[in-house]
Every structure is written in structure tokens, then in C-alpha cells.
Design a protein around this ligand. Structure first.
Ligand code: KIV
Ligand code: ZN
Length: 508
């Protein structure tokens, strides 16, 4: 057993299963490149059989990633495995990740298969994947609610068939750290051949214990942790990469292990994923929340001023949060902007730099100081947007306490320019109703939130909207110094995502 913990990132697969977090191919590629820069060992790029869009994304990622392994998820059947391989075969280091459930409840109600069948399917699937690549991971889905004797038998069959990584998922986030640690210990003691493979865990956060369970597993011999940026993922999410990595680094006394993660890229990665997925990072989120290093009470401030370590167990700089994130202003030139983009981890083409720079100049005209968060927002907004069916051309809103709020909106719909006006209960309502009229869409607004990206009254307002149509939920985001314009952008962004979904371009 080595002293390095392999970081397997599943932001692009399990993370994308967060309601509304669908990403297009360009957005996924951008995140994959950032994950590689962050130093993750394995990027689970998607579930190729689930849709043509996911297949294309995995295939493109496999081509552009040069160091990290690229994994494709596949259920335990020949079609999934072959399709997964088709998508990743161009990768420098491809991995097939195949899985089947092992709990009684899944066998009886979902798979409708006997235990003998599941053992046979697990072995056959690993063997099929092995024909394509030596690098095969097997997951026993719902492992923590499975009968341990049966779980052992399935894993032994997978190892005999050639699996090189065995993953123990806490699929429904049910485990408690002490019992999860005990399960890992038992499996390591009883499974024949376990010493030949890398043992992995994949924990969900339904009881808020995903990070604690992953850490407990490491202490009991696990050497791969599956996780996502900002902990996004199915339901309450997955183990948060930044939390587990910083726990290992900060508590070296308890975790004498290393990872390949470069912590100074954590913050940029977190913000990029948040912008692209529309999943806002809660202010009190450990490591990357906006309050994670803010000391409010007088006693704490006094202590930190005297000696930082009195109330700080890690520095904001260590995870890439610069103390003074004020970077550029109206007079900054193209070169300074380009350098800052690179420092923030963006590797853009000349054309994209130009596009981002002209948006930066527009923003700098309205807002004197441009912060890192503004730059991340510009890049996510301008460069990593999916091809849009709907575009905002012009917006004028008349509002006040003695007038009926009225919006005049001009938009491009499939290249055709359409203008309409409409009333509403407030300026945002008038704008949304008019956009709805122009786009002839029927979605329902589930959530609307405004957040100031940086401080001050001239800060950019960042609006997040959640829309629902025929059971599909999407999140849209928009940023502008004018919150009504930001709202219109967010609404149109969400409508474009719904269009994307209608074409069947989505993940699991
Ligand atoms: O939660 C889970 O069990 C999974 C598997 C596919 C690994 O996501
Ligand atoms: Zn999962």
C-alpha cells in the first residue's frame, strides 16, 4: 500500500447529475483542462452511452487531456462497455469504469436478478472491458447497504476477471464514518487478491458525511477517493475534492499521505465549475466559500492580527485566494489582462482572449475596479457558453413607484430579430414576460436569486434562475452591472439550456 492517494474527479459525470447542471461539450472540455491543471489523477469525463452529447464530450476530452487518465462510465453490459471504449480509446491513459448494484434492495426491485447472476455479470463485464484496456475499475453500487459476504464474492469475481481498481460506493450516503471504516477494514482482510488492486471509495453526502467517510476510508487503507469540485453531484452531492485534499494536507499528523493536487488552483477551479454549472457556492462552504477565511468577531480579528494561526488552520493564499484580489482597471491593457487570465488558469485562444478583452473593457467602463471574480465571470459568460438559439440584442425598462413597469426587448431568435414590449408586476417580471412572449416558451420559473459578485454598489450583479419545463430543470446565469440586464441574460441562458436539453444533449 503506497502513501499516495489517487484523486479521481467525477465533476463531469456525477457532478453533472446535479439537477440543472447540464454542460455542453465546450464547457466540459474547459473544466477537464482545469482539472488536469489542478493535478487530478483521473477525470471521469462522462457516461458515453447515455446520450450523443455525452459521447461527444467524452471523446473530445479524451483527445485533449495529455497527463490525467480519462475514465468513461459504463453499466455492466457489453453495449455500455463498448460504447464507453469507443469514446475514450483516443486518450493517453484510458480507463473503463463499469458498475453493477450489489444490495438486496437494488437486486430485487431494480435489477431483478439473482446473486449468482450478478456475480457472473460483474466478471463478464470486467473481462469484456479488459479486452479493450488493461485499466479497468469495477464499482459495487450501493455497497454500504449490501450483504458483506455477497459483496466480497462479487469483488473477488471482478478481481479475478482483471479489475485493477475496486470502488466501494456509499451510493445513498447512508454510512456513518465508524461503520464505513470497519467495512473497508473487513473487505481488506477478507477479499482474496485485494492487495493487487487500488481500493477506492465514492461517497454521497445525504447525511453530510461524504468527506468524513472518505477520510475514514483513507485511514483504513483506501488509496483512491472519488470526488467532485464544490461537492456537487446527485442529490446532496459527493465528497468535495477541495475539502478532502485540504484535510489531508492540513492534518499531516493523521494523514501521512500525498496527492498530486496543486492547491493554489483550487479556488479558480471552484469558481469556474460554479459559473459553468450555475451551482452557486454557499458562503460558508469549507475551503472555497466566500466566508471561509473571513473573520467577523472582534476576538477572532484581534487574534488573527496578532498571529494568523490563532484562528486560521490554512491560509487563503494556499488555495489560490489572493489577499488582494483587486487586479485590473479601466486603463489596464491587453497584455496585463492576458497575464491575469493565465494566472487564473485560463488557456484561451487568441480569438477568445480578444472576445473576453472587449467584454472586460466594456465592464471596466462601468465599474472602476475589476476583481478576479469578475474575470472568471467574463470568461464563463463570453467564452464557455453553448451555441445560443436565443440572443439578447436590446433591453429598455421603465420602472418606478408611480408607473407600471414596462420592458421593451429586442432579441435574435434563430437569427431573426424580434421586438416586443410588455408589462409586469416589477421590472424583472416585465422583462421575463416579454422574453417569454418573444421566444414562445412555456417554462416555469422555480427560483430567482441575485448575488453581488464583488463588493460596492457598482459591483456586477450575478443572477441565477432555475426554470422547469416538462420535468426538465435547468439553471441559467447572467452577470452585469445592471441587475435587470443580468436577470434577462440569466433567463435567456436558461432558455437556451432548455433548448439544448430538448435536442437530447444531456448527461445521465
Ligand atoms: O453513486 C454511485 O454508486 C455511483 C457509481 C456509478 C459509482 O455514482
Ligand atoms: Zn455517485
Amino acid at each position: 500500500m503506497g502513501d499516495r492517494v489517487v484523486i479521481f474527479d467525477t465533476t463531469l459525470r456525477d457532478g453533472e447529475q446535479s439537477p440543472g447542471a447540464t454542460m455542453n461539450v465546450a464547457e466540459k472540455v474547459r473544466i477537464a483542462q482545469q482539472l488536469e491543471k489542478l493535478g487530478v489523477d483521473v477525470i471521469e469525463a462522462g457516461f458515453p452511452i447515455s446520450s450523443q452529447g455525452d459521447f461527444d464530450a467524452v471523446k473530445t476530452i479524451a483527445k485533449v487531456i495529455t497527463h490525467a487518465e480519462v475514465a468513461a462510465l459504463a453499466r455492466a453490459n457489453p453495449q455500455d462497455i463498448d460504447r464507453g471504449w469507443e469514446a475514450i480509446k483516443g486518450a493517453t491513459a484510458p480507463r473503463i469504469h463499469t458498475f453493477i448494484s450489489t444490495s438486496d434492495i437494488h437486486l430485487k426491485h431494480q435489477l431483478k436478478k439473482s446473486k449468482e447472476e450478478v456475480i457472473r455479470i460483474a466478471a463478464q463485464s470486467v473481462a469484456r472491458a479488459k479486452k479493450h484496456t488493461p485499466n479497468v475499475e469495477f464499482s459495487a453500487m450501493d455497497a454500504t447497504r449490501s450483504d458483506v459476504t455477497f459483496l466480497t464474492a462479487v469483488i473477488e469475481a471482478a478481481i479475478q476477471a482483471g479489475a485493477t481498481t475496486i470502488n466501494i460506493p456509499d451510493t445513498v450516503g447512508y454510512a456513518i464514518p465508524s461503520e464505513f471504516g470497519e467495512l473497508i477494514r473487513t473487505l481488506r482482510q477478507t477479499i482474496k487478491g485485494i492487495e493487487k488492486v487500488t481500493l477506492s471509495v465514492h461517497c454521497h453526502n445525504d447525511l453530510g458525511l461524504a468527506v468524513a467517510n472518505s477520510l475514514m476510508a483513507i485511514q483504513n487503507g483506501v488509496r483512491q477517493v472519488e470526488c467532485t469540485i464544490n461537492g456537487i453531484g446527485e442529490r446532496a452531492g459527493n465528497t468535495s475534492l477541495e475539502e478532502v485534499v485540504m484535510a489531508i494536507r492540513t492534518r499531516k499528523d493523521l494523514f501521512p499521505f500525498s496527492t498530486r493536487i496543486v492547491p493554489k488552483h483550487i479556488f479558480t477551479t471552484s469558481r469556474l465549475v460554479s459559473k459553468i454549472t450555475g451551482m452557486v457556492v454557499q458562503p460558508n462552504k469549507a475551503v472555497v466559500g466566500s466566508n471561509a477565511f473571513a473573520h467577523e468577531s472582534g476576538i477572532h480579528q484581534d487574534g488573527v492580527l496578532k498571529k494568523k494561526q490563532t484562528y486560521e488552520i490554512m491560509t487563503p493564499e494556499s488555495v489560490g485566494i489572493s489577499k488582494s484580489s483587486l487586479v485590473l482597471g479601466k486603463l489596464s491593457g491587453r497584455h496585463a489582462f492576458k497575464v491575469r487570465l493565465r494566472e487564473l488558469g485560463f488557456r484561451l485562444s487568441e480569438k477568445d482572449v480578444e472576445q473576453a478583452f472587449s467584454r472586460f473593457k466594456e465592464l471596466a467602463d462601468k465599474k472602476r475596479e475589476i476583481y478576479d471574480e469578475d474575470i472568471v465571470s467574463i470568461v464563463a459568460e463570453e467564452i464557455h457558453r453553448m451555441p445560443d438559439r436565443f440572443k439578447l440584442v436590446y433591453l429598455n425598462v421603465i420602472t418606478g413607484n408611480i408607473t407600471v413597469p414596462t420592458a421593451t426587448v429586442k432579441m435574435e431568435v434563430d437569427g431573426e430579430v424580434i421586438q416586443e414590449a410588455g408589462f409586469g408586476d416589477g421590472p424583472v417580471d416585465a422583462t421575463f414576460k416579454t422574453i417569454k412572449k418573444i421566444t414562445r416558451t412555456r417554462s416555469k420559473l422555480l427560483q430567482f436569486a441575485i448575488n453581488a459578485i464583488t463588493g460596492g454598489t457598482e459591483a456586477q450583479g450575478e443572477v441565477t434562475v432555475r426554470l422547469e419545463e416538462k420535468g426538465q430543470t435547468v439553471i441559467g446565469q447572467g452577470a452585469d452591472t445592471d441587475v435587470i440586464v443580468a436577470s434577462a441574460k440569466a433567463y435567456i441562458n436558461a432558455l437556451n439550456k432548455l433548448e439544448y436539453r430538448k435536442k437530447g444533449l444531456r448527461g445521465l
